[in-house]
Design a protein around this ligand. Structure first.
Ligand code: NAD
Ligand code: TYD
Length: 346
């Protein structure tokens, strides 16, 4: 499908998980692009949800925030009576947390998606349900690229939960004709990413002159995608994607973790000695890599080069110290998690 098939302007759109990293970037993106859009942000505000990410749009009459759980059937049904499209971002997302305890991942990522799909099935005005999956559903591979048709082979409780949600969304399309589309983006980076994920953790630790805990030998490879490129891709799929189809999204610009860590300390003028090799993550996927020809055929191109995107991201965390300090200092849970995880090398 190469032509325009849907429009978002003039529509009311539900964004789940809009107070998180990608969701809040996506809301900014939609409000900037569509003067006539209305957005409902349904977010439970877990530890990862942060209304500071959206303080600049809080008073925009096109934007409404509802604090609630995607598993709340009545709430979700009520909202879906008034919307024409859904972007489903809400999830538990951190692999290390899923290794410590998989329960919330199953309950939110799988069961939460089920509740939404059931409600969409009974909501006649919803034209699309865009499910945000991940490239991690394919699992790891040493060389080559996964096409959308590749078997799914997840290896962490996080990615296994995302597979459950991804295939459930597909099954609702096949079984009930629910207007599902699925995207599988690679690792995102950029502003407003919670500082437990690799890039913001390393930037903020370096700014605090604390160690940067690099797992294993730092040889694992990720395909870093700037969140702006991801937002453009997701919005493009909503407009031009075909119902029932899945689209990989990746920059196809792979970097070893050690390289990323070194670039971060270099940008900040900090010593390389801050980088500390620590015991590897359990079941650590070596490499993710997706074939992006399908989304490129819709007209998408990655526009942010990694060197430039990383420099801008480092700059954003330097400029927005109060944003991340508040999270790091006020979250007792974050500290407990951090300390429990790294007790072996501290
Ligand atoms: P995030 O952890 O920053 O944000 C998740 C948001 O979901 C938070 O605001 C949280 O409060 C909300 N949430 C969690 N449980 C909820 C519930 N039960 N009801 C309502 N809201 C709930 O996540 P992110 O990095 O922005 O990722 C967004 C989506 O993109 C996720 O589905 C994730 O799997 C997917 N994804 C992320 C990446 C990445 O690199 N960050 C890459 C590929 C795919
Ligand atoms: P992460 O940001 O958790 O994303 P994902 O595991 O979903 O890809 O981690 C990115 C890479 O960085 C991954 O290979 C694990 C590694 N990593 C570290 O080396 N140290 C850390 O403290 C973290 C959080 C991640």
């Amino acid at each position: 499908m190469g032509k325009e098939s849907r429009t978002l302007d003039g529509k009311t759109i539900l964004v789940t998980g809009g107070a998180g990293f990608i969701g809040s970037n996506f809301i900014h993106f939609l409000l900037a692009k569509y003067p006539g859009i209305r957005i409902v942000n349904l977010d439970k505000l877990t530890y990862a949800g942060n209304l500071d990410n959206l303080s600049d749009v809080a008073c925009d009459i096109r934007y409404e925030f509802i604090r609630g759980d995607i598993r709340d059937r009545e709430l979700v049904r009520g909202i879906l009576d008034h919307v024409q499209g859904v972007f489903h971002f809400a999830a538990e997302t951190h692999v290390d947390r899923s290794i410590l305890d998989a329960g919330e991942f199953v309950m939110t990522d799988v069961h939460g998606t089920y509740v939404l799909l059931e409600a969409v099935r009974q909501a006649p005005h919803v034209e699309f349900f865009l499910h945000v999956s991940t490239d991690e559903v394919y699992g790891s591979r040493d060389e080559g690229f996964f096409k959308e048709t590749a078997p799914l082979n997840p290896s962490s409780p996080y990615s296994a939960s995302k597979v459950g949600a991804d295939r459930l969304a597909y099954a609702y399309h096949m079984t009930y004709g629910t207007p599902v589309m699925i995207v599988r983006p690679s690792n995102n980076y950029g502003p407003y990413q919670y500082p437990e994920k690799f890039i913001p953790l390393f930037i903020t630790n370096a700014l605090e002159d604390r160690p940067l805990p690099l797992y294993g030998k730092g040889a694992n490879v990720r395909d870093w995608l700037h969140v702006e490129d991801n937002c453009r891709a997701i919005e493009l799929v909503a407009r031009r994607g075909a119902l029932g189809q899945t689209y990989n999204i990746g920059a196809n610009d792979e970097r070893r973790n050690i390289e990323v860590a070194r670039r971060i300390v270099k940008h900040l003028g900090k010593p390389r000695e801050l980088i500390k090799f620590v015991p590897d993550r359990l079941g650590h996927d070596r490499r993710y890599a997706v074939d992006c020809r399908k989304i490129k055929a819709l007209g998408w191109r990655c526009e942010v080069e990694f060197e430039d995107g990383l420099e801008r991201t480092v700059h954003w965390y330097v400029q927005n110290e109060s944003w991340w300090r508040k999270i790091k200092e006020k979250s007792a849970e974050y500290k407990a998690f951090y300390e429990a995880q790294y007790k072996d090398w501290k």
